[in-house]
Design a protein around this ligand. Structure first.
Ligand SMILES: Cc1cc2nc3c(=O)[nH]c(=O)nc-3n(C[C@H](O)[C@H](O)[C@H](O)COP(=O)(O)OP(=O)(O)OC[C@H]3O[C@@H](n4cnc5c(N)ncnc54)[C@H](O)[C@@H]3O)c2cc1C
Length: 367
């Protein structure tokens, strides 16, 4: 088995999604890495030290950094015949490239793979995560996108071996589309949504107020990222790439705090792998409260400032000592509080309902 991995890069490094997809690719065989995107050369050179990399394939430098999906697909198809599996992260880019490349090669593509059962057999979620489907492929090469939350990030190879770099020829330029402008709507000063260990989600409860300021304030306090539901995106309060759920991103933070979110199964499909879920909703019948480990039945416009004040007191009193990568990246105006402090403080609020008295690590049932 030989595996080709299309590995998006950012800032001269593989993205977390690429590193996790590498974790999946390694299970299938030696991996030839095809880094693409911002800083792909630097990222490719650094990736030579990762375990499982057999070679790094570097596209010709003159082709520029932002190749559109159709040109990346054309590049992948020129290489595909040498590989048994072609993998990409299950991101928008990965899906766009793999679908095109598979179609050009007259093959199918399997998207959102969460488990590799055999070289030709894969598992993926179906029906918004309420069922698993097992698929066996019959034709080679196989084109797969991999759900990043299902696999661990790859680490440097302890053997210290360096994979060779293979320079590729010019990428086929199709000229079908050209990027006119890129206007990033990053969550400035916050960790990337998929990599954040704390994520604060805002829902339709904020639409009437016309902004997500309380959500952002709590996220800043916790050093977390902000997520939203589709209702919020459709109301124009947040960009589409903040959306979590069946048709949005799938995240796996240690703590997800759901504010003004009803808990539709489409939204829950994106947070199933969260370590713990805390929710504030004024409707005791909201489904999110059944899915949550901690539920607070309250008006969030009152509860959120109180929670932030408690967290700040805890930080000021030095009660909060835990530091994690999220907090280090948090914008920095002040000390920030940890998820554990959030939990402790939230639990001390009288109307909190603890739905996980056992507080174990078993997966929650979200139906
Ligand atoms: C094919 C398909 C795909 C979809 N994909 C997604 C997806 O990927 N992600 C997604 O999120 N949705 C998705 N949806 C939409 C989904 O069905 C729901 O409509 C959406 O998740 C609802 O968002 P919400 O819970 O934020 O809003 P609402 O349903 O409006 O809920 C708002 C909640 O806020 C609470 N609330 C209001 N005010 C307050 C207050 N002051 N204090 C406390 N609580 C308050 C309310 O009690 C309510 O529970 C999809 C739908 C379809 C059909």
């Amino acid at each position: 088995m030989k595996v080709l991995l299309l590995a998006p890069c950012r800032g001269g490094a593989l993205t977390p999604a690429s590193r996790r997809t590498l974790g999946a690719a390694r299970k299938l065989g030696p991996v030839s890495l095809l880094p693409v995107g911002e800083g792909w050369q630097q990222a490719g050179a650094a990736a030579r030290h990762l375990a499982g990399i057999a070679a790094v394939l570097l596209p010709e430098p003159t082709t520029g950094e932002a190749l559109p999906p159709e040109e990346l697909a054309a590049l992948v198809t020129t290489l595909a015949h040498s590989f048994s599996h072609i993998l990409a992260p299950d991101t928008t880019l990965g899906q766009e490239v793999m679908a095109r490349a598979a179609a050009i090669c007259d093959r199918g593509a399997i998207s959102g793979v969460t488990a590799i059962l055999a070289a030709d057999t894969f598992q993926r979620p179906a029906h918004a995560g309420r069922a698993w489907v097992t698929l066996r492929a019959r034709e080679w090469p196989l084109f797969l996108t991999v759900r990043q939350t299902a696999f661990p990030e790859e680490t440097p190879d302890p053997s210290g071996e360096e994979a060779p770099i293979i320079a590729l020829g010019p990428v086929p330029r199709l000229g079908l589309s050209r990027r006119l402008e890129l206007t990033p709507r990053h969550q400035e000063g916050r960790p990337p949504l998929e990599a954040a260990s704390v994520v604060v989600g805002g829902g339709g409860g904020f639409i009437a107020g016309g902004n997500l300021e309380p959500v952002e304030a709590l996220a800043n306090c916790l050093g977390g990222a902000v997520a939203v539901t589709r209702a919020v995106v459709e109301a124009g309060l947040a960009p589409g790439d903040w959306q979590v759920g069946q048709t949005g991103r799938v995240i796996a933070p240690r703590l997800y705090v759901a504010l003004g979110i009803s808990g539709s199964f489409q939204h829950l499909a994106g947070i199933k792998e969260a370590g713990r879920i805390a929710a504030i909703n004024h409707d005791p019948g909201a489904p999110i409260l059944s899915a949550a480990d901690w539920g607070l039945v309250a008006d969030m416009y009152r509860a959120i400032p109180e929670l932030i004040a408690l967290l700040q007191v805890a930080a000021d009193q030095g009660e909060v000592r835990e530091a994690n990568s999220c907090q280090e990246r948090a914008n920095a105006s002040s000390e920030v509080a940890s998820p554990s402090a959030c939990r402790e403080k939230a639990a001390s609020t009288t109307s909190v309902r603890d739905a996980s008295s056992a507080a174990d690590d078993s997966p929650r049932a979200i139906t």
